[in-house]
Design a protein around this ligand. Structure first.
Ligand code: GLY
Length: 362
């Protein structure tokens, strides 16, 4: 099973295979060059499960591996941990062919990705995503970044990986809350561009959300990655179409910021944001959108916590300062029908307030 991201000279494949196949995939992607050094970046949680067999497999295939294990959590996406990677790589003496392998969730992928983009002006990046969020979204499309005191992902680069290997078995060790949160991005991909995937999710909602049918989950993930690959292939640097991947994210980023990072997972915030987005979409296109049907799937993502405790004024202020805005307007992604998303700034503060009240009432 595989999905291709079609970007000319920067094209690559997302493989859905065991991590045991990484040495072989790596040798194929490095067009026959003999194995040399590679830097393997992970966090403490992921390393405990997956690092040793991967390191062993790479060494058996002739690679000299330097593992770097970082603390887990969003605060690792910092300039100081980026410098740790620079020091590890440069003091060891990497060259331009030395791959950086990012084994972990979005934090490891974004940080190691930015290190790979900037070390020696770019070394090969291999994304080995182990969270659902990273498998269906963050590892595909080349967004890499670290955070700054003034906001998330403010320092970064578009830098495509040389290959992605998403091992479905790694989802088994994911805490349930992280798993269902990751499903928010899957639902988003279905809503913005894949009516057939949406119908499939609808038909298998319980096994998908409870992780009880591996084959169904694997199929859903591959189809969600296909959406991401298609969107990125059409607009690598978010000059147009790629912005639709931000459906639900105007509210979501604002909630994460206004509630304090960590109060809600990114996926939970996206699920709430999608409810608000569906409210706004339905007001504009009532004939084309069956809101109850769409809400039903979004509502399958559990939301612990009380989003209604965040004052709308704080939420709106955070929305107004989002880096994705252009000029003074706030950009929203809405649907004109299931699978047809577009970007607009034509939403008043009062309407956003009503949409948010609707989202919180779920
Ligand atoms: N996660 C949004 C994007 O990759 O564009």
């Amino acid at each position: 099973m595989a999905v291709d991201v079609d970007l000319g000279a920067r094209s690559y494949t997302v493989h859905f295979q065991s991590l045991a196949s990484v040495p072989e995939l790596l040798s194929r992607a490095s067009s026959g060059r003999s194995p040399g050094r590679c830097l393997l970046v992970s966090d403490e949680n992921v390393a405990a499960h997956y690092r040793s067999p991967l390191v062993q497999g790479l060494r058996d295939a002739g690679w000299t591996v330097r593992p770097v294990v970082l603390p887990p959590g969003e605060s690792t996406k910092s300039a100081s941990h980026l410098h740790t990677l620079y020091d590890e790589a440069l003091e060891w003496g990497i060259d331009r062919d030395t791959p950086v392998l990012a084994l972990g969730g979005g934090v490891v992928g974004d940080l190691a990705g930015f290190a790979a983009a900037t070390l020696l002006r770019g070394v090969p990046l291999v994304q080995l995503p182990t969270s659902l969020l990273a498998q269906v979204d963050a590892s595909v499309g080349g967004k890499t970044a670290i955070n700054h005191a003034t906001g998330k992902n403010l320092i970064g680069a578009f830098y495509q990986p040389a290959l992605v290997c998403a091992d479905p078995a790694t989802l088994d060790t994911l805490p349930m809350r992280e798993y269902t949160s990751g499903m928010a991005e899957v639902v988003k991909h279905a809503l913005i561009q894949a009516p057939a995937l949406f119908a499939h999710l609808e038909a298998h909602l319980v096994p998908v959300m409870t992780r009880t049918d591996r084959a169904v989950v694997a199929d859903v993930i591959e189809r969600a990655v296909q959406v991401k690959a298609d969107v990125v292939s059409a607009d690598e640097r978010e000059e147009g179409r790629r912005a639709i991947l931000n459906f639900g994210h105007t509210f979501a980023h604002a909630l994460e910021r206004a509630a304090g990072y960590g109060a809600f997972t990114h996926g939970e915030a996206v699920a709430l944001g999608m409810r608000a987005g569906l409210y706004l979409s339905h007001r504009r296109h009532p004939q084309a959108l069956d809101r109850d049907r769409l809400d039903h799937v979004v509502d399958a993502i559990p939301i612990p916590g009380r989003p209604e405790d965040v004052a709308f004024e704080d939420l709106y202020a955070a929305m107004a300062s989002d880096k994705k805005n252009r000029g003074d307007t706030i950009r929203f992604v809405l649907l004109r029908a299931l699978g047809e998303a577009y970007v607009t700034d034509d939403v008043s503060e009062e309407e956003a307030r009503r949409a948010w009240a609707y989202a919180c009432a779920s």
